[in-house]
Write a protein that binds this ligand. Structure first.
Ligand SMILES: Nc1nc2c(ncn2[C@@H]2O[C@H](COP(=O)(O)OP(=O)(O)O)[C@@H](O)[C@H]2O)c(=O)[nH]1
Ligand SMILES: [Mg+2]
Length: 457
């Protein structure tokens, strides 16, 4: 896959498609101002920089709209090139007309993420920052937003550059000694060299180890609601969400498919999955499929809420659900047991030990359940105070760097240490870090990153 041509001038609607009060159209590239001058009137003799003007959008002699237009002169623009941003009325017809006028004056429609790609190629931001722009747009919770904004502001990049600076220093030490003409240089101080190499490896590993946390912050805590049929799983989901997402019925087996819904709790997103009861007597293939899906969801979950009905005696179904959940949640999902319908008279002999008592009907106990989920969230995803790695690509690059540094530490323990081999490991580690920052990233990788962006960003 090739990257799009960078000498073209490009245009796109940067606001979401569809009608709205306003829409923003961006035009960027070397011919942005001259293209805009063909349909904006009266076109200013000196457009200036970052100045807004109310101009008429003209299609020949016909007025299309009056729009607020901001001109940015490269390199001080988002992309680094001359850029024109047109805020027009958000009618799909007006937007289409303005884009057509731009295309008629020699501009081409932008590809997804192409404005940010140019910003990266023009050196306005490194690759990790550019990727963070996509995550910032997608961030749906305070936690995801915090990770994305820190990365967009260069938090992760600064950490990576710090490691790199240390490694460049080490490589210089080695190279000086590999060069015959510098014979008078004293022998390498192996102890401090090894200490620095090890500190850099630990730093890279520590950043990489934040990946699970980063993934979770971005994707949210995965919570599966399971239990015997009719225990009130769907009702509990609805009560947590505060609206009726799932169908509730007195008949067992209402929920067949798994059903997902997200909720923001304390700034973190929690992704709930309501399931068919695990132990439903699977009469039909449809029910059996529902149970299979429930099992899959549990195997992937961070936490499982196991619901029991307080108003009836423990059923064989409860016991089977308990056993199945324990088996499926083996991978470390935390099990949270709740005794639902606690608004009804409790059945004698129904023990609440180890359970949170809740009522989907009255809302009793729900704050406690939410608090338990927040606690779980904090445990699974340690707080994003430090730079958080949210992308698999960054995780791979940091792990590769740490691997090279482990190799380096192994070879410098030899006596005498093979300096050429040590330098190879250092170069490998530097290469991995450079790819994270986008300095040596192949075109195919770049285009696959930017094609996931929205058009207009
Ligand atoms: N009294 C009472 N009834 C409930 C409560 N939660 C659910 N129910 C009722 O229990 C029945 C089964 O609920 P549902 O959510 O469909 O259970 P599911 O099969 O586990 O999804 C419905 O008639 C609900 O109205 C509760 O907390 N209190
Ligand atoms: Mg249900």
């Amino acid at each position: 896959m090739k990257l799009p041509e960078t000498s073209d001038t490009i245009a796109a609607q940067s606001t979401p498609p569809g009608a709205g009060a306003l829409a923003v159209i961006r035009i960027s590239g070397p011919a942005a101002f001259s293209a805009a001058s063909s349909f904006l009137s009266p076109f200013p003799r000196d457009p200036g920089h970052a100045a807004a003007r109310l101009l008429s959008v003209m299609d020949g002699g016909a007025l299309v709209d009056r729009a607020v237009v901001v001109f940015y002169r490269g390199p001080a623009s988002y992309t680094g090139d001359d850029t024109v941003e047109i805020s027009c009325h958000g009618s799909p017809y007006i937007i289409r007309t303005i884009l057509n006028l731009a295309v008629k004056s020699g501009v081409r429609p932008a590809e997804p993420g192409e404005f940010t790609l140019r910003s990266f190629l023009n050196g306005k931001m490194d690759l990790a920052q550019a990727e963070a722009v996509g995550e910032l747009i997608a961030s749906a919770s305070a936690g995801a937003h915090r990770a994305a904004i820190a990365q967009a502001e260069g938090g992760l990049s600064a950490e990576v550059r710090g490691i790199r600076a240390a490694l460049v220093g080490l490589l210089a030490e080695l190279e000086a000694r590999l060069d015959d003409s510098y014979e008078e240089i004293p022998a390498l101080e192996m102890r401090s060299f090894a200490r620095l190499a090890s500190a850099s490896r630990k730093k890279a590993l520590s950043l990489a180890s934040g990946f699970e946390a980063g993934r979770g912050i971005r994707e949210g805590l995965k919570v599966v609601i399971t239990g015997a049929p009719n225990s009130g799983k769907s009702s509990l989901l609805n009560a947590l969400l505060g609206y009726d997402r799932a169908m509730v019925s007195r008949r067992a087996g209402t929920t067949r498919d798994t059903l997902e819904a997200a909720l923001d709790i304390d700034g973190f997103s929690v992704l709930f999955t309501d399931t068919a009861g695990l132990n439903a007597r699977a009469a039909s293939p449809l029910e059996r499929e529902g149970i299979k899906r429930a099992e899959k969801a549990i195997a992937r979950a961070d936490a499982v809420v196991l619901v029991k009905d307080a108003s009836i005696n423990e059923t064989p179904g409860d016991r089977r659900a308990e056993k199945e959940t324990a088996r499926l949640a083996l991978k470390g999902a935390r099990l949270i047991r709740v005794l639902n319908k606690s608004d009804l008279p409790a059945k004698k002999g129904r023990s609440a030990a180890g359970c949170l008592e809740v009522s989907a009907k009255t809302g009793k106990g729900l704050p406690g359940l939410k608090a338990a989920l927040v606690a779980e969230q904090k445990k699974v995803f340690r707080d994003g105070a430090q730079a958080v790695v949210t992308s698999a690509r960054h995780f791979a690059a940091l792990s590769a760097a740490a691997g090279e540094l482990a190799g380096l530490e192994a070879v410098i323990r030899k006596s005498p240490p093979p300096l050429e081999l040590a330098a190879e490991h250092l170069r490998g580690a530097l290469e991995a870090l450079a790819s994270l920052l986008g300095e040596t990233t192949p075109e195919e990788v770049l285009s696959s990153i930017f094609k996931n962006f929205c058009i207009g960003k």
